[in-house]
Design a protein around this ligand. Structure first.
Ligand SMILES: [Cu+2]
Length: 465
């Protein structure tokens, strides 16, 4: 615990500025158009610790409004507030108090501008958040600590969705909903959206109906802006990678050709112990933390795109994510047998009291909905009590996969290991989750993380008090 105290004193005043802007970025021997934070193809990695107070100033130099969401981070809905929007030329300072008992893990930040979220994330606005705890002190001595952010942006010389996003910005697409729990807001500089809810733009920006339904994808998977990265210079340490699927709509299956692959974390933090796997499926917005053992000739991590409909079959050829050098560490015995800070609480244990059970139905095809309703910023769809555990059956009656993301409160999926913030429900099937509304009263959202679905209205408001 002493280590954390020391870190907190160092990081207590940490201030990060993220400047969102359209930028020409290097690609191959040429350049491509992107939306970037601080001019880079991937936003800076925010490394934080339980107990930290983090300040992030978002400067909007885009031609459209934007915002910031700290995906998966367990902070109050007032701080990670999806109803804030920052107009072009303005800035907003977010502050985050990371709870002292926050789990370690891989999280990420991205815009949450209803109506144009898919456009902004697909264009490159994303970065990783790594929460490190005392287990990381040990892991950092035996392994690398690299961050790979995967996306599939348009490979164009200008914004392919510009016209639509401009019109969306000027009328209906603002996130609105500012009447929800805005007390105690601070850091305001040019924030807007307090009025004029508008019609919420139940159309996805700049794409046709079919693309909005299937979710927009790009021609190539890029890893930190490259068509695969070559990882060398581990100094004999194990290769430990934090991987973020930051695509707008593309589910991925990661496959490794080297000797062994171990998963250390689920979306919601570290597993009780490292687990050897053959492959890792990451729906868009999901993350993993893995250790790759090279084998005699090294190894290559590839990703296969998965269809968002039918049986979720693999599509196209595997695309390179990273190659692992043969001289990377291979001493598996140095991996911890278990993690001392892992969250081993089981929400499906027999002694857990379930305060409420409900069925949440996903329906519709061209325009998917939650419980038959499109997002309305003035309607609270769900209410729950702080300090309770609820059981939700997510019933997907549509022919598409939907990775459903709940802000703020972590949950467990029946039959699956670890904690999650995204549950992917296959067509015409159900999944049962239990949500721990332990702390943080407030109002936020749950939505499909196929971001074109979110933008077309597959989002609902939840209020916890
Ligand atoms: Cu969806």
């Amino acid at each position: 615990m002493q280590l954390k105290t020391i870190r907190k004193s160092i990081l207590a005043t940490s201030l990060v500025t993220l400047t969102a802007a359209e930028t020409m970025v290097p690609f191959g021997n040429s350049t491509r158009w992107a939306m970037t934070y601080n001019g880079k193809v991937t936003g800076p990695t925010l490394r934080v610790h339980p107990g930290d107070h983090v300040t992030v100033k978002l400067v909007n130099n885009l031609k459209q409004a934007t915002s910031l969401h700290t995906h998966g981070l367990h902070v109050s809905p007032e701080q990670d507030n999806p109803f804030i929007m920052v107009e072009p030329g303005k800035s907003y300072t977010y502050t985050y108090d990371i709870p002292a008992n926050h789990t370690a893990g891989t999280f990420w930040y991205h815009p949450h501008m209803h109506g144009i979220t898919a456009e902004q994330v697909a264009s490159g606005l994303s970065g990783a958040i790594i929460v490190e705890d005392m287990d990381d002190d040990q892991l950092n001595t035996i392994s690398t600590n690299r961050v790979l952010v995967i996306n599939d942006p348009p490979l164009t010389d200008k914004n392919p969705w510009a016209d639509a996003s401009d019109s969306a910005k000027s009328n209906d697409s603002s996130m609105g909903g500012m009447n929800h729990d805005m007390s105690g807001m601070s850091g305001m500089d040019g924030m807007s959206g307090m009025d004029g809810m508008g019609g919420m733009g139940n159309n996805s920006s700049g794409v046709d109906m079919m693309t909005a339904m299937m979710g927009r994808t790009g021609p190539k998977l890029l890893t930190n802006g490259f068509e695969g990265v070559d990882l060398t210079g581990s100094g004999g340490k194990l290769e430990r990678l934090h991987i973020v699927n930051a695509t707008a709509s593309t589910s991925l299956k990661l496959i490794y050709s080297g000797a062994k692959m171990f998963v250390l974390s689920s979306e919601g933090g570290r597993l009780p112990a490292p687990k050897e796997v053959k492959e890792v499926t990451l729906a868009n917005s999901e993350r993993t933390e893995i250790v790759l053992i090279p084998g005699t000739n090294g190894g290559t991590l590839t990703a296969q795109r998965l269809s968002n409909e039918g049986n979720g079959a693999a599509m196209g050829s595997p695309e390179k994510i990273a190659s692992i050098a043969a001289d990377a560490g291979s001493d598996i015995s140095s991996l911890p047998i278990s993690f001392m800070m892992a969250n081993t609480r089981d929400l499906f244990a027999s002694d857990v009291k379930v305060a409420n059970q409900r069925v949440v139905t996903l329906s519709g095809h061209m325009t998917p909905t939650i419980d038959g309703k499109l997002f309305d910023p003035n309607v609270v769809n769900f209410t729950a009590k702080k300090g309770t555990v609820e059981e939700w059956v997510i019933d997907n009656t549509t022919p598409m996969y939907h990775p459903i993301h709940l802000h703020t409160w972590g949950f467990q999926v029946q039959g699956e290991e670890g904690w999650q913030d995204v549950v992917t429900v296959a067509p015409n099937s159900k999944k049962v989750i239990r949500i721990a509304f332990d702390d943080f009263a407030g109002t936020t959202v749950l939505h499909c993380h196929i971001l074109d679905h979110e933008d077309t209205g597959m989002m609902a408001i939840i209020k916890v008090d």
